[in-house]
Design a protein around this ligand. Structure first.
Ligand code: HEC
Length: 112
């Protein structure tokens, strides 16, 4: 029994290690001043692309970890590795920049 709970603990740790930063509508709304007609759908597309295309080689980096300047530089570099289009790059970059200061503070990783 004890062994099982230890196992469960590690299974949880392994499966849920990647931090996912789930956007909410307010995250898209606050960016419309910058990118006209930016929508929650677009933000959500960027989020899914980030999770699906950028976690293959390393865990997902927290958006707040790098400055806008650093992200703007690193994403085109990583795009070559992730084999994504320019449009997908832009969706990911916008998602990241929207989530550097998320509207809802997530203390736990959320699952998709
Ligand atoms: C094919 C493997 C691969 C994929 C896919 C990939 N990366 Fe990376 N990434 C790496 C490697 C290897 C490094 C570390 C070495 C380096 O910085 O060149 C890295 C480093 C990084 C860093 C840290 C850079 C730094 O200077 O500290 C960031 C941020 C990053 N990746 C973001 C992304 C994003 C965003 C995507 C999706 C568009 C992505 N990665 C997809 C292989 C990958």
């Amino acid at each position: 029994m004890r062994f099982a709970s230890v196992l469960l603990f590690f299974a949880f740790f392994v499966c849920c290690k990647s931090p996912y930063f789930t956007p909410v509508h307010a995250d898209a709304d606050k960016m419309t001043g910058r990118w006209q007609s930016y929508s929650f759908d677009q933000l959500n597309t960027g989020f899914h692309l980030y999770v699906n295309k950028c976690a293959g080689c390393h865990t997902l980096y927290k958006p707040a970890l790098y400055t806008e300047e650093q992200w703007t530089k690193v994403i085109p570099e990583m795009a070559q590795r992730a084999l994504i289009t320019e449009e997908e790059q832009q969706d990911i970059l916008r998602y990241i920049l929207s989530m550097r200061e998320p509207s809802v503070l997530q203390t736990k990783p959320t699952k998709l």
